[in-house]
Ligand binder design. Structure first.
Ligand code: NAP
Length: 251
């Protein structure tokens, strides 16, 4: 990898939550490839987090991993504090850590409801509230929502879809709060992306692929490219936006 100052994100620092694998890892790789120094958080997959860090470093980038449970308010805040100390600054926050269950609402246990709200909503709120103490004017907040915030063409997505729909209002409100500082706040809604959390080869893979116009899953690198562009100076007039990258799921 070149460390040329001409790279779009040269000199920038970034935190990607939940990036030991999947979409978060793809975002971290792309931010680093475009010149940013990247911190990633993880909760249970320490070896895989270290693999992502090693891969970025071997490609000539800068990266480090921090263990932080984004489903716990204090730990989510602490993860951001630790990242700021390790990076020396924070220009870009990517709220990626998330997940959930697809299951009948009537049968959803309290534990799944609370976990989804804690990780997908509260984790994003508290990590962001901590991050805005450190972001400079012109900083970036990018949240990974889901196309299921606006389209769930099958049963079972009530709680997950609700948690991702919350990110739309969060993004709009915060864009207004932070506009005077030139900090942009945007929400990226992927369609089916091939990850551990949603494997293209899994039992629902063919069904989900068939709901897209392209007839296939996207990759973590697809999402990483879009996030890196939103993080760049080229996207400085884009804020409060929710953008889809869904293979035509909603077309
Ligand atoms: P994934 O393959 O299951 O990976 C989830 C990542 O989040 C892992 O790095 C995991 O780290 C981390 N994580 C989970 N719980 C955490 C916690 N409590 N604290 C910190 N990190 C935690 O998921 P993915 O498919 O890449 O999804 C990433 C994001 O994209 C999620 O917000 C998801 O809702 C969204 N999304 C995914 C798709 C899709 O089709 N894949 C589509 C739309 C939106 P550990 O293993 O270390 O815990």
């Amino acid at each position: 990898m070149t460390t040329s100052l001409s790279l779009p994100l040269a000199g920038k620092t970034a935190l990607v939550t939940g990036a030991s694998r999947g979409i978060g890892a793809g975002i971290a790789r792309e931010l680093a490839r475009q010149g940013a120094k990247v911190a990633i958080t993880y909760w249970s997959s320490s070896e895989r987090a270290e693999d992502v860090v090693r891969e970025i470093r071997e490609a000539g980038g800068e990266a480090l991993a921090i263990r932080a449970n984004n489903g716990d308010a204090d730990a989510a805040r602490q993860g951001v504090k630790d990242a700021v100390i390790a990076l020396g600054s924070l220009d870009i926050l990517v709220n990626n850590a998330g997940g959930g269950w697809f299951e009948s609402f009537a049968d959803t246990p309290d534990e799944h409801i609370e976990h989804t709200i804690d990780l997908n909503i509260r984790g994003t709120i508290y990590a962001t509230q901590e991050a805005i103490k450190h972001l400079p004017d012109g900083g970036r907040i990018i949240t990974i929502g889901s196309i299921n915030a606006e389209s769930i063409p099958f049963p079972g997505g009530t709680i997950y879809g609700m948690s991702k729909a919350a990110m739309v209002g969060f993004t709009q409100g915060l864009a207004r709060d932070l506009g005077a500082r030139g900090i942009t706040v945007n929400n990226v809604q992927p369609g089916p992306i091939d990850t551990d959390g949603n494997p293209a080869g899994g039992e629902s893979g063919a069904f989900l692929a068939g709901l897209t116009a392209l007839g296939r899953f996207g990759t973590a690198a697809d999402v990483g490219g879009l996030v890196a562009w939103i993080a760049s100076d080229a996207a400085s007039f884009m804020t409060g936006s929710t953008v889809t990258i869904d293979g035509g799921w909603t077309a």
